[in-house]
Design a protein around this ligand. Structure first.
Ligand code: PGA
Length: 250
């Protein structure tokens, strides 16, 4: 059994005080002994405060990005070790906004995954096809190419510590969600690719999240699919009521 993982990607939203207030309110809404992994990815500035507020609650903290070097002359960048030091357990890598708005290539993403793993962070590795690729039947080849490049030469142990997020680019922030069937089909394919790169045991335990316009009204049907092990939520994770409902999917 894979423990369901519900992650909120806040993107460039919330000040430190807003972030802390959110975690306080969320804590009150979650039952003790929750059987789900809850992860919040605030902006860099709020990481230490959110990690402090979340300590002892079962809420985990993720960063939204990192640099692949450990330190040095990289103005404006933050390393994996620095993120671990401020209480992060996870880090998003390869989000489509990083790929399309900031020019991140497959090679850069691969380096970031390696850097995260070396610092003991669990990468949440985002992959997904855009609309033109889906409409020209390239979804599977795109997903396979992104997975192979991102995870190339990783040890089985490293793959075991990785989380995959399937985020079709056409569904991110558009209000247009992949159907549960489309998500299941992509997730099952991803699991087969991972199995080829590792083994059945590792692929069988790998959490594969769906992301792209997840909200309280569609989370239950997505989570009902056998290969959907969690969700990565953007817009709907900014509101505490809506995020709490998503966490408590049925
Ligand atoms: P969305 O974003 O839920 O607002 O579509 C998802 C994401 O970018 O991870």
């Amino acid at each position: 059994m894979i423990k369901p993982l519900i992650a909120g990607n806040w993107k460039m939203n919330k000040t430190v005080s807003e972030a802390v207030a959110f975690v306080k309110q969320l804590r009150e809404r979650l039952p003790a002994g929750l059987d789900r992994e809850v992860v919040i990815a605030p902006p860099y500035t709020a990481l230490p405060a959110v990690a402090g507020e979340a300590r002892g609650t079962g809420i985990r903290v993720a960063a939204q990005n990192l640099h692949w070097e450990e330190n040095g002359a990289f103005t404006g960048e933050v390393s994996a070790g620095m993120l671990a030091d401020c209480g992060c357990e996870y880090v998003l890598v390869g989000h489509s906004e990083r790929r399309t708005l900031f020019g991140e290539t497959g090679e850069v993403i691969h380096r970031k995954i390696r850097a995260a793993l070396s610092a003991g962070l669990k990468p949440i590795f985002c992959i997904g096809e855009n609309l033109a690729e889906r409409e020209s039947d390239k979804t599977f080849s795109i997903l396979e190419g992104q997975l192979k490049e991102g995870l190339k030469n990783l040890s089985f142990d490293d793959i075991r510590r990785t989380v995959i997020a399937y985020e079709p680019v056409w569904a991110i922030g558009t209000g247009r969600t992949a159907s549960p069937e489309q998500a299941q089909e992509a997730h099952a394919f991803i699991r087969r690719v991972i199995e080829k790169q590792s083994d059945e045991k590792i692929s069988g335990l790998l959490p594969i999240l769906y992301g792209g316009s997840v909200h309280p009204g569609n989370v239950d049907s997505l989570m009902a699919r056998p290969d959907v092990n969690g969700v990565l939520v953007g817009g709907a994770s900014l509101d505490v009521e809506s995020f709490a409902r998503i966490i408590m999917f049925k």
